[in-house]
Design a binder for this molecule. Sequence first.
Ligand SMILES: [Zn+2]
Length: 318
Amino acid sequence: MIAMNLTCPVCQAETEPRLQERKGAFTLYLCPLCEVVFAHPLSNPGSSWYEEDVETRVRLLVASARKPEEMLREPHRRFLRDRPAAGGALLDVGCAEGGFLAVAQRHYRVAGLDFNPQAIALARERFGLEHAYVMTLEDFHQARAEMGFAAGFDVITAFDVLEHVDAPRPFLALVRELLAPGGWLAINEPNRDRRPNLREPWDYPPHHLTRWNKRSLANFLEGNGFSVAKMEEFTDGGYLAIDWMDRLPPVRALKRALAAGTPANGNGHRRASLPSLLGRARLPVARVLDWPLLTALKAVKAPGQMLYCLARRRESGG
Ligand SMILES: [Zn+2]
């Protein structure tokens, strides 16, 4: 094989990355220095790809009829138990329909960003979140002073966001600048060391562009002006069973039929497989099915499916 050098999008080192997998137009590489796995080319499919997503549309429909507590997932619950800098200002990046913010506003002054206008409309109308905006992090960063957020946030949360970002370092730099000195960052990601690793369709580009484990996530944060305060692995009950269900021939056929009707967007991306169709509607049943498996995985100390991390903006030493 011809040796090839690439610039790692996370640690910026010129490296000879290790080939992991090929998937369609994308190749997945492992950076030997910072241990992140990244897609090449590293291109985000754009907001329309997500807006047209069936699961997103189903989630918005379901959200309009649910209490915010019912919309919390495990990383949200972990954060709400930790509750750093309670009473302060919190920004949720990728806030979707605002279920988490609706609960978090009992403890914080909250603001949220998302690029899906329907989700933000729901956040404002249903949960009265007046500081929920259809904006990118870059645009918000530019406009923060005139929007009344010049003082910076005490906490920034970004749940299931980093793996979709096509420029992780600039993203983290903006987050750091938006935080007040000593501010907290809470994030969660799929754990690429998870066992079992079912190579779920949603974990491939263009949906997920980077893959993280405890080490690569800690390297990334510590190398960009943060101190890691907490790094945990966990598995949300139900999601393993849903991944198995998605492998059943009738479900696969249904997904193929739906994907075939989805036009490619401006970037030429066509959704090859829809991530967990009706996933949430199946969750109660899936949780029951998962229980024996999760108990067994816990007994052998298998690495969890997800990472949850709490980090603090560092004021000295870079
Ligand atoms: Zn790297």
